[in-house]
Design a protein around this ligand. Structure first.
Ligand code: HEC
Length: 260
């Protein structure tokens, strides 16, 4: 991978300090900036009060579109918690000149070619099979398949920095729960086919583990969002699930698909 040297960065990104559990080099390290690992809620944005205040009906931001991957909301938290660590790709360490702490630094140093995965080094290294070349480096675990597909989708959509307000449009994607939000969506829309001894489609989505297995195969959200390369779900439906259902499902997946 050819990445230009950028020299030592002078910017210190010092919003907060946190400890991380994985090491990139043999040294203790901290994460610069916001450590909320996979926050899709927009709560870090101090100007966004819409998602938190149920009495606030003045949601002024752009509602999120479930077909769009939002960099700051979805991709940056992955890069920050897995790559922008001290000793790795934060402002101070900048291994190989790569800094992954903001949209600007990612675009300037991550060797990303919008719309083109095979010419995007950032994508190449996170999907590299050779453990010596793969990022994040061992002993850190590789990114999950849903994280990889989010990054891929973002590049294929042009690697833009679109933003949206998760609280706008009356869709609350903060603290999505499997039991009270996700499971009911699946019950009404999916289990008719995907349950029982002879499920339509050949697999069930009855238990939490079944759902997580499909997510880990990288076959779940793409089918729901009717992305190319997937069979659109619900099978035979005239249109995808309502936007808010999709946004909740994606926020839940981005949060690590917890069994909550
Ligand atoms: C009317 C029956 C039916 C319903 C309702 C249905 N599915 Fe499916 N599903 C299928 C069939 C049939 C397949 C296999 C399609 C194929 O391989 O051609 C499938 C395949 C899938 C796949 C794999 C798609 C891929 O491209 O790999 C996923 C994921 C999935 N379904 C999830 C869901 C979810 C989530 C819902 C609810 C939102 C749902 N399905 C609703 C019948 C259904």
């Amino acid at each position: 991978m050819e990445i230009k040297k950028y020299g030592l960065p002078v910017l210190i990104f010092g919003l907060g300090l946190g400890l991380s559990f994985f090491s990139c080099q043999h040294e203790p390290f901290t994460i610069d900036g916001d450590i909320t690992p996979i926050d899709t809620t927009g709560n870090n944005n101090p100007t966004d009060t819409t998602g938190n205040n149920p009495t606030d009906t003045m949601a002024t931001g752009t509602p999120c579109d479930p077909d769009v991957v939002y960099f700051e909301l979805e991709v940056l938290p992955i890069l920050r918690s897995n790559c922008a660590k001290s000793g790795c790709h934060d402002e101070n360490s900048a291994q190989k000149g790569v800094i992954l702490t903001s949209y600007e630094s990612v675009m300037a140093t991550g060797e990303i070619t919008p719309f083109n995965l095979s010419r995007s080094d950032l994508y190449e290294v996170i999907t590299e099979n050779d453990p010596d070349k793969r990022m994040p480096q061992a002993p850190n675990p590789p990114l999950s398949s849903s994280q990889v597909s989010l990054v891929a989708e973002w590049i294929l959509q042009g690697a833009k920095n679109e933003s949206c307000d998760p609280g706008a449009g009356g869709c609350d994607t903060t603290a999505v729960s499997y039991v009270s939000d996700i499971r009911p969506i699946l019950e009404s829309n999916c289990l008719g086919c995907h349950q029982g001894p002879n499920p339509v489609g050949g697999f069930v989505l009855e238990a939490y583990d079944n759902v997580v297995a499909k997510i880990n195969e990288g076959r779940f959200y793409g089918a729901l969002a009717w992305e190319t390369g997937f069979v659109p779900m619900p099978y035979g439906a005239a249109e995808p699930l309502p936007d808010c259902d999709l946004l909740m499902i994606r926020a839940w997946i981005n949060a690590g698909a917890p069994e909550n």
